[in-house]
Design a protein around this ligand. Structure first.
Ligand code: MN
Length: 736
């Protein structure tokens, strides 16, 4: 690297480059208009430049490139104003340099101080601690209700760090990328920053699954011409008609992002070739706000004059915008080649909101129409209200709400309420009021009586039937999907449990007295051990609901009221111990940790890695080190929440030891095909199968085979050979 020993010429070149970047920032800062604002911006730049003058990025570049770039993203890609751009320029100064919050307030003002304070605190929890990201995420959301600009600038900061992740160490890359997928892209999504969210996801994929990312991007490039030709042909009649009507518009063909293609391949278990040409066409109309709705519908009419729409796929986000502010008209039409094409119709104003976010557009630009944005912030506050909740559980619930598609439900009086897709009548009851939720008996959906677990559809009119006698029970948790209903039910159940535990306490006391056992700490410890309970509350509660087998108390040896021991029962070997013994021979195959020592490990059952897979070790509490694939469905959550419990792991030599792996085979049903597959596997290739199951439906068969292989190469070879059998359409690996 060249950062050491910079020559005079290079120093000059750098100075010029910094100036150039600053001028570029000015050019895109369209919201910085007055002379005063421009001076303020210059001042912020000078201060940041001076403060970071001796610092460099990991890549060797001058540090100031980073705040300058974050400021440019804030101005150009999110569309924020002067205050935010200034704060972006200064965002790392209080954290990393001599500049204090007091300096910021004196030089700029109280608003700037609050935002930078928020950014500094966030940076402390997000960037410098390695543990418990879920707790941090809650903190992030709390700052969101102070000033959403803190979050927006933080997102810009994260985006630039993701764009420059190349210069980081591999383990750092994995941590930052998985954290981005876990925390930041859902947040960007919820804030309606679609462009930013998509880029964050794609970049995360690039680092967490480099091979997949390369494969999809290469294939996308190769197939580009085909797609362009298709879009052009498809749009010819639409373009001609819109021009004839003198409508100003822009028409774009939009491919799916790399990440969403990958998600779809995984979810539907299909190849790239089967989905690459699924894309949307977007028509952006240039018009005044008062005409935009009519013009969008007019354009819809033009499109459907040429192509038959699918009546089930019409989405009118103009009459009822999404909670994050998204407005657009979507329809899916049949193209002449027999392919469904989604057409999105919107005005340029709607397009700006869709790409850059609602927050940016309204709250800090025009200062008007803040109501629905505030509504959203209020919803988040409600979610945050429950402090007892375990942080990870909280995040999982919250994320559920972040990603959910929305449906609209009407109250009996015709008011509209937003709920996530797949919400139940019970969710709706809690959405109305927690008291309505607690006492919900059932519901009338479109005047018809239904159970409270019924899933609602957009447009349903729902009336909740309550009863004073009704109260929440455990099974309710299976019926609800909103964070609000979940947390309310859980806290009601907790209250209930508390009450029952209190009732159980005197009963336990009586019971111990009868058995001649004194109630003291030492005895309680023994009893909890006997019943394997975490604390005395749990014991009281179990006792109160009659879930304690009193007979087991007889195995205790009691002397003078004190428990002194237990009659020995045969000791059972735990599953973990058994596994350790079984895999004894394989220990040399995997090296773990910085020193790459040999430790005891266990293969995680959720992803079943085999030699050749990229893996990491996770220090579990009870079961030693577990080995997961880096693309395990649980990896993102583990890596971002428990980074401190992650250890490096790498396969060494690939010996002739068999690992269990699963494959899924689909094809056209044909008598004898199953036989051909099993024969190939067991006789020709000499591979042991543990289980095999085939399912046939309307001429299509699907088989799941669990077999023992040596490593990924072995598995790929096998899969290719199975693919070669006539009638087999697809062979893919499954995790468990
Ligand atoms: Mn930064």
């Amino acid at each position: 690297m060249s950062e050491k020993g910079i020559g005079i010429g290079q120093e000059e070149a750098e100075k010029r480059a910094i100036k150039r970047r600053y001028r570029a920032l000015l050019k895109v800062s369209k919201n910085v208009r007055t002379k005063k604002d421009k001076e303020k911006l210059r001042k912020a730049f000078d201060i940041a430049l001076e403060a970071h003058k001796d610092m460099r990025r990991k890549s060797g570049e001058p540090y100031i490139y980073h705040p300058l770039e974050v400021a440019r993203i804030v101005a150009e890609e999110i569309g924020l104003g002067t205050t935010s751009i200034i704060c972006a320029l200064l965002h790392d100064t209080v954290e990393d340099t001599e500049i204090s919050l007091e300096d910021i307030e004196r030089l700029f003002g109280p608003k700037e101080r609050t935002i930078i304070d928020g950014l500094t605190k966030l940076s402390e929890v997000v960037d410098y601690t390695v543990s418990m990201q879920a707790e941090n995420f809650r903190k992030i959301l709390l700052t969101l209700s102070d000033d959403v600009r803190v979050i927006l600038i933080k997102l810009a900061d994260r985006l630039h760090n993701m764009r420059t992740l190349d210069s980081m160490r591999r383990d750092k890359q994995l941590k930052i990328a998985s954290e981005t997928l876990y925390l930041f892209s859902p947040l960007a999504h919820r804030l309606g920053l679609y462009a930013l969210k998509t880029e964050l996801e794609d970049l995360s994929l690039k680092y967490t699954e480099p091979e997949v990312y390369d494969e999809i991007t290469t294939k996308l490039k190769k197939t580009k011409a085909v797609r362009t030709r298709f879009v052009n042909q498809f749009s010819v009649p639409i373009v001609r008609e819109l021009k004839k009507q003198k409508i100003k518009f822009e028409l774009k063909g939009r491919t799916k992002s790399v990440y969403s293609i990958f998600q779809k391949m995984k979810k539907k278990n299909v190849n790239f070739e089967e989905i690459y040409d699924v894309f949307a066409i977007r028509i952006i109309l240039e018009t005044q706000p008062q005409n935009e709705k009519a013009l969008c519908w007019n354009t819809y009419s033009v499109v459907t004059d040429f192509y038959q729409p699918n009546p089930d796929r019409l989405r009118d986000w103009i009459s009822t915008p999404k909670a994050n502010g998204y407005e657009s008209l979507h329809t899916t039409v049949m193209s002449p080649g027999g392919k469904w094409v989604e057409v999105q119709i919107r005005s340029s104003r709607m397009d700006e909101i869709a790409e850059k976010g609602y927050a940016a557009h309204w709250k800090y630009k025009e200062g008007a129409n803040e109501s629905s944005f505030d509504l959203w912030i209020n919803k988040i506050r409600e979610l945050l209200e429950n402090p007892e909740k375990d942080a990870i559980e909280f995040i999982d619930d919250f994320k559920l709400n972040l990603f959910a598609e929305e449906i609209f439900i009407f109250t009996p009086k015709g008011e509209i309420r937003n709920l996530p897709k797949r919400a139940s009548a019970l969710d709706f009851a809690f959405e109305i009021h927690s008291e309505v939720g607690y006492h919900c008996m059932g519901a009338k959906v479109n005047h018809k009586l239904v159970p409270l677990s019924t899933q609602l559809k957009s447009g349903d009119q729902v009336e909740i039937i309550t009863s004073k006698k009704q109260k929440p029970n455990e099974s309710w948790l299976d019926y609800v999907i909103t964070g609000k209903a979940k947390s309310k039910i859980k806290s009601a159940l907790r209250e209930d449990k508390k009450r029952l535990a209190e009732e159980g306490k005197p009963k336990v006391q009586k019971w111990l007295k009868k058995s001649g056992i004194k109630l003291n700490e030492a005895n309680m410890k023994e009893i909890l051990k006997l019943y394997r309970l975490p604390n005395d509350h749990e014991l009281f509660y179990r006792f109160s609901i009659d879930r304690i087998n009193i007979k087991r108390l007889d195995s205790l040896i009691v002397e003078k009221g004190q428990i002194v021991g237990k009659e020995s029962a045969p000791v059972k070997q735990s599953e973990f111990e058994k596994q350790l013994i079984q895999k004894g021979k394989t220990e040399e195959m995997l090296v773990i940790g910085e020193e790459m020592d040999h430790f005891d490990y266990k293969i995680a059952p959720c992803c079943n890695p085999i030699p050749g897979d990229e893996v990491f070790g996770f220090i579990s509490i009870n079961e030693g080190i577990k080995i997961h694939k880096t693309n395990c469905p649980n990896a993102v959550q583990l890596m971002s929440n428990y980074a401190y419990r992650i250890v490096k792991a790498r396969w060494t030599s690939q010996q002739q030891i068999a690992f269990l792996a699963g494959i899924k085979v689909t094809g056209i049903d044909d008598l004898g095909l199953v036989n051909k597959i099993t024969q190939l596997i067991s006789e020709q290739l000499n591979v042991n199968m543990r289980s095999i199951s085939f399912d046939s439906n309307d001429g299509i068969f699907e088989g799941t085979i669990m077999l023992y292989v040596h490593d990924t190469k072995h598995l790929h070879k096998l899969a290719n050979q199975i693919k070669g059998i006539e009638g087999v359409i697809n062979v893919s690996r499954i995790d468990a």
